[in-house]
Design a protein around this ligand. Structure first.
Ligand code: URA
Length: 436
């Protein structure tokens, strides 16, 4: 087989065979195809798409590119969650300890930032010393001991996704349904999950912009899960504004700790989101009969402190500095913190959330090149939501930048991202349905 022929076929809108897809994935994983050729194929797929059969074949080829994990000697039932990516989405940091504190052990493999969307590992690494690099035997012993592990995708699980994910991040080929579906589901299948809760983000800060496309992506992934014999549920949630208030790695850890400690400053949308995702996890794991019983368990695990305790146990087990968790003011601090003020009075009408996400990346909180180092201290806090009033001169967003030049650049793009107008608009819905 020949990579140039495969690229030309997809460029010319033809269907790729299972053999061609398998060959590409194996050869790229083995290092026999150059990044520039893989990038060309990704762009052709981005532009011309893949049908359901090609997407399933791509997913299975990615699973077969490496080992698969089986934790069933340690856990009876493995429940997992995955978000399709957004701005300010720190749900995993809160949901995992909540669910684990309710008696359902979780061993999750998470990823890094992708394009303008943050990654759980980058967020957790704002806690000094915390490491996601755990060998399989440590993952097993930790989940057996404390019921909670948050690990990086090990190089041996779906390695094709690891390589393609990093390439897509820097070649503008992220927001594409077959690529997102195969990326997410290959990792979930390789990690041996019995049940998967998918959080499909929709809106200006998500890779999927419309409810219709979100439903399509959710169905593709639920079908892949079903074909592979896993219980799969997809929750469609809004990403037309950041989730919660904070975006940026250390700032999001701070907000996650607020949620886990029942701090009254916890943004309501973020807490409700955690309850929804966590409830489906508990129901799929058979820990609760229904969503409201599950919510009650989760609320109790927050209120009695057991979820926060689980988070701390996980941080300690993975070499993180617990003093930063006990006193989050010790999390990395940016050099220049200042408010961007509203320039006019009115109502927040719309938010270009992708642009806000890129503001975090350009502050240093994400990667422009594969090798970029992340600055955990930068980002922003935006306490206002679409539909809320604001007066000229009031703080709109607080920017955490490395220096004043960074602040000025971010300020410009923040002012361009947030539309204020005289007409009152409705607040945004938080969910757009569930596909089971
Ligand atoms: N999350 C993933 O794991 N992969 C994608 O492609 C997008 C979001």
């Amino acid at each position: 087989m020949n990579i140039v022929e495969i690229i030309s076929k997809k460029r010319d809108k033809q269907e790729l065979t299972a053999e061609e897809i398998n060959w590409f994935i194996q050869a790229y994983t083995a290092g026999d195809i150059a990044d520039y050729q893989a990038s060309a194929l990704l762009m052709a797929i981005y532009i011309n798409g893949m049908n359901r059969r090609e997407t399933v074949d791509l997913t299975l080829a990615m699973v077969a590119s490496g080992e698969t994990l089986d934790l069933h000697d340690t856990l009876d039932f493995i429940v997992d969650k995955h978000s399709s990516g957004g701005v300010g989405d720190k749900t995993t940091l809160v949901v995992l300890p909540l669910v684990a504190a309710c008696g359902v052990p979780v061993a999750k493999m998470s990823g890094r930032g992708l394009g303008y969307s943050g990654g759980t590992l980058d967020k957790m690494e704002a806690i000094s010393g915390w490491t996601p690099n755990l060998p399989i035997n440590k993952i097993k012993s930790q989940v057996a001991e404390i019921g909670l592990v948050l690990a990086g995708q090990t190089a041996s699980l779906a390695p094709a996704d690891g390589k393609l994910y990093a390439l897509r991040d820097v070649t503008a080929t992220v927001g594409c349904m077959p690529l997102i579906a195969s990326s997410i589901m290959s990792k979930k299948l390789a990690a041996g999950s019995d049940a998967i809760v998918l959080d499909v983000k929709i809106g200006s800060g998500a890779f999927i912009k419309t409810v219709e496309d979100g439903q399509t992506l959710a169905r593709i992934m639920v079908n892949i899960g079903k074909d592979a014999g896993r219980k799969t549920v997809a929750v469609l949630s809004d990403m037309n504004q950041p989730l919660g208030h904070a975006a940026g790695n250390g700032l999001e850890v701070y907000e996650a700790i607020q949620a886990l400690t029942n701090d009254p400053a916890t943004p309501a949308d973020f807490w409700n989101h955690c309850l929804k995702i966590g409830s489906y996890m508990l129901v799929l794991a058979g820990r609760a009969d229904g969503l409201s019983a599950a919510e009650k368990l989760l609320q109790d695990a927050r209120d009695d402190g057991s979820a926060f305790e689980k988070f701390k146990q996980m941080v300690a087990a993975q070499s993180g500095d617990l003093t930063m968790v006990d006193d989050p003011s010790k999390l990395p601090k940016a050099g220049f913190i200042a408010d961007v003020l509203a320039e006019t009075s009115g109502f927040i009408q719309a938010v270009d959330t992708e642009k806000l996400g890129y503001a975090v990346v350009f502050l240093g909180g994400g990667r422009v090149q594969k090798t970029d180092q992340i600055d955990p201290s930068v980002g922003f806090v935006m306490p206002v939501k679409v539909g809320e009033p604001i007066s000229a001169g009031e703080p709109l967003v607080t920017v955490h930048a490395a220096d004043q030049a960074g602040f000025e650049r971010a300020k410009q793009s923040i002012l361009e991202s947030i539309q204020i107008g005289g007409e009152k608009v409705a607040s945004l819905p938080h969910f757009y349905g569930v596909i089971e």
